[in-house]
Design a protein around this ligand. Structure first.
Ligand SMILES: [Zn+2]
Length: 130
């Protein structure tokens, strides 16, 4: 799947599938894995705050449900106008269990341009990385 196709799918996810009744801040992720690509969206509970989950962890849990053992890339789109959204510490810890130091995290802007590319180790240096 090319980055152009991945971005098209991220746009679809962010506009249709995210569930953010409080913040309306939307995040969509696609992970490229040994079992194919898996989507994730951020989720907020309408009833109880702090029951939400990030798009990154939703994608990982989705992949694990299908037997995924390895993540090669993570692609992220958010509604941040400055494309300043990165995986949080909890997500980085979970990602580090399936990604290696040099695996890439791509951050898209709303136009589909990759505006930042990180290695996992750029964002998390203290985790136990496989
Ligand atoms: Zn997170």
């Amino acid at each position: 799947m090319t980055n152009k196709v991945i971005f098209k799918n991220l746009k679809k996810l962010i506009s249709i599938n995210t569930y953010t009744p409080f913040s309306h801040f939307k995040v969509a992720v696609i992970i490229v894995t040994d079992k194919g690509n898996f989507p994730g969206i951020n989720f907020e509970s309408k009833v109880v705050t702090n029951l939400g989950t990030c798009a990154e962890r939703n994608a990982v849990f989705n992949g694990v449900s299908y037997g995924m053992k390895r993540i090669y890339e993570l692609h992220l789109l958010s509604t941040s106008k400055k494309a300043q959204t990165y995986p949080c510490g909890a997500c980085l810890q979970v990602l580090s269990e399936f990604m290696k130091n040099n695996d890439k995290i791509y951050i898209y802007n709303p136009s589909g341009k990759i505006v930042k590319t990180f290695k996992l180790s750029d964002l998390i240096s203290a985790a136990k990385i496989n």
